[in-house]
Structures are given as C-alpha cells and as structure tokens.
Design a protein around this ligand. Structure first.
Ligand SMILES: [Zn+2]
Length: 152
C-alpha cells in the first residue's frame, strides 16, 4: 500500500508549455534569465493559428462567391424575365371582314366563341400576352401578316 507522499509524487507534473525552453526554472517571463525563450501563452498561439485558418477559409469562400456571381446574374435575369412575363395581361383579338383589327382583354374562351359564331371576323387570335392595348394590336397584326404570307 502506497503512502500519501509516494502517491503525490507519482502524479505527473503538468508540462509547462509557455516558456517551454526555459532552463532557469522560472515560472513567468519576468523571472526568466534565459535568452530567446518564447513565453507566449500557448492558448494564444493556438488562437492565432485558428484565426489564420479561419482567414484562409474565408478567403476561399470569397473566391467561391465570386465564381457563383456569374451564375447568380443569370438566375436574376431569368427571374426578372419571368416577373415581366407575369406582368403582361392576356388579350384576344379579331380581324374584321372590313380589314380592321380589334383587341380585348381575354378572360375566357366565351368571347372568342361568340366572335366566331356571329361571323363578322376573318380571323380570331388569342389568348396571347401583351403589356397593353397598343402592344396587343401590334401582335395581332403581326400574327395576321405572318399567317397571310404563309398562305400566299
Ligand atoms: Zn528561464
């Protein structure tokens, strides 16, 4: 059975990390007579190395962000295009026997059906998307021209 003293002596003395190369037995920098001994707190050394590692990670992430930038621009352009498309309203129109064009907002096929039934239209188009009435008129005129040039 070990006595208290030998038990105490068997406990390993914690290794002194700060000032590890000190040979004069000092406990802190102020006592140390050795030259060139680093008394920097090891915890601080670890933190500094951790900070350096985080800085490298951050720089690498910034490079990734720059690389993703172009991809992101394409995505934003696509979202913008869709938003504009959704901002367009739906129209339908007819080319009358007398050659005039009229356009109306489209709500359902009922109006197109009625126009077909009363026989006053040479051609009926829709629904198609336009920003406003003048744009709808241009679109229906172009569709009519296109169809006629195909028929000729
Ligand atoms: Zn020393």
């Amino acid at each position: 059975m070990k006595d208290k003293l030998s038990e105490a002596l068997s406990v390993p003395v914690p290794k002194k990390r700060a000032g590890a190369r000190c040979t004069c037995g000092a406990y802190w920098q102020g006592e140390c007579g050795c030259s060139g001994v680093d008394w920097t707190d090891p915890e601080l050394v670890d933190l500094r190395s951790e900070v350096a590692g985080l800085k490298r990670d951050m720089e690498s992430l910034q490079e990734d962000i720059v690389a993703l930038g172009d991809e992101n621009d394409d995505l934003l352009a696509e979202i913008d295009r869709r938003d504009k498309l959704e901002g367009l309203s739906e129209w339908w129109g007819q080319v009358h026997i007398n050659g005039s064009f009229t356009v109306n907002r489209y709500y359902n096929d009922g109006d197109l059906y009625k126009a077909r039934e009363n026989g006053s239209a040479k051609a009926i188009y829709g629904p198609f998307r336009a920003l406003h009435e003048p744009m709808a008129l241009v679109i229906i005129q172009e569709m009519y021209q296109r169809d006629n040039s195909i028929n000729n």
